[in-house]
Write a protein that binds this ligand. Structure first.
Ligand code: R5P
Length: 311
């Protein structure tokens, strides 16, 4: 087995390799002066089961291109099987046509990975599970929720607790966490009555005096969760609000927004590097999913069930 790390989250790839009791394959990623990417794998991969670890986070296009080139390098090096390990799958939110003459970029990325030579994909918390269907190769979509739940269980709160979905689209994920923690579920129903008028947040469920736990797949600008937390406290009378998510994209003013919000704590996985954000904002905490990805790799290699990891 060969574990190759792209440059997007090398620390994470090292942790995965550690779980597997191995080291990363020696490879280099260089730039020509015009910014073209050059990948070189310095070890023989002929006949090997290759896992290329590369979340396609910011800068998304560079990391995606690096992943495609790495797959090509492995394919031309006669690897037996190539798995693209993409814990955070960038462009996943562009999963449908939002208007006439608009793209479905998540499908385009699936095509690119397949065409480059990936035999399978290992990912986590795809924005929409249906994206698996964009691929004609096997896709294992892991869930970060059990790892997040384990951390949340270490900091129990006195009194009523509730899990809250920040939007109707996230109800299945939130219900899973609520079930695991044995608490009730509430939902925020966002509505914009008229164009140009700000959104109204209706809270479905009684969150009065509750310690609320918001769960989402992605925190990007952090607008969704900060606004939801504000509504829970100001309109619903919640006692405290903590948020968790699988992927900390944290673009633009996200960390500042979290710092200034009513959120008590924000728990994220290490699918995307977040150390800088944690330094800027001590409310942000990290849990690792490297052992989860590592275990999935073991099971893929041994042709064992990956889904049973969650049963
Ligand atoms: C949206 O459907 C996603 O599940 C997240 O709620 C969204 O991507 C979060 O984005 P932001 O942090 O920018 O509000």
């Amino acid at each position: 087995m060969k574990i190759i790390s792209g440059s997007s989250n090398r620390v994470f790839a090292e942790d995965v390799a550690k779980y597997l009791d191995t080291v990363l394959t020696n490879a280099s990623f260089r730039r020509f002066s015009d910014q073209e990417i050059f990948v070189e794998i310095h070890e023989n991969v002929r006949g090997e089961d290759c896992f290329i670890v590369q979340p396609t986070c910011y800068p998304v296009n560079d990391h995606l291109m690096e992943l495609l080139i790495s797959i090509d390098a492995c394919r031309r090096g006669s690897a037996k099987r190539i798995t693209a390990v993409v814990p955070y799958f960038g462009y996943a939110r562009q999963d449908r046509k939002t208007g006439p003459r608009t793209p479905i970029t998540a499908k385009l990325v699936a095509n690119l990975l397949t065409k480059a030579g990936a035999d399978r994909v290992l990912t986590m918390d795809l924005h929409a599970g249906q994206i698996q269907g964009f691929f004609d190769i096997p896709v294992d979509n892991l869930f970060g929720e059990p790892v997040l739940a384990k951390y949340l269980e270490t900091r129990p709160k006195e009194g009523k607790q509730m899990v809250v979905s920040p939007d109707v689209g996230g109800v299945v994920r939130a219900r899973g966490l609520a079930k695991r923690l044995g608490v009730d579920l509430a939902i925020i129903d966002k509505r914009r009555e008229k164009a140009g008028v700000s959104e109204v947040m209706n809270i479905i469920g009684d969150v009065k005096d509750a310690h609320c736990l918001l769960i989402d797949d992605i925190i990007d600008s952090a607008g969704t969760l900060c606004n939801a937390a504000k509504a829970l406290v100001e309109n619903g009378g919640a006692k405290s609000v903590t948020a968790c998510a699988s992927h900390g994209v944290l673009s633009g003013k996200a960390t500042k927004r979290i710092t200034n919000s009513v959120l008590e704590e924000v728990v994220l996985t290490d699918s995307i590097p977040i150390d800088e954000a944690m330094e800027e904002c001590p409310k942000i905490k990290k849990v690792t999913v490297a052992p989860l990805i590592g275990e999935a790799i073991v099971r893929i290699c041994e042709n064992r069930s990956v889904s049973s990891l969650f049963s």
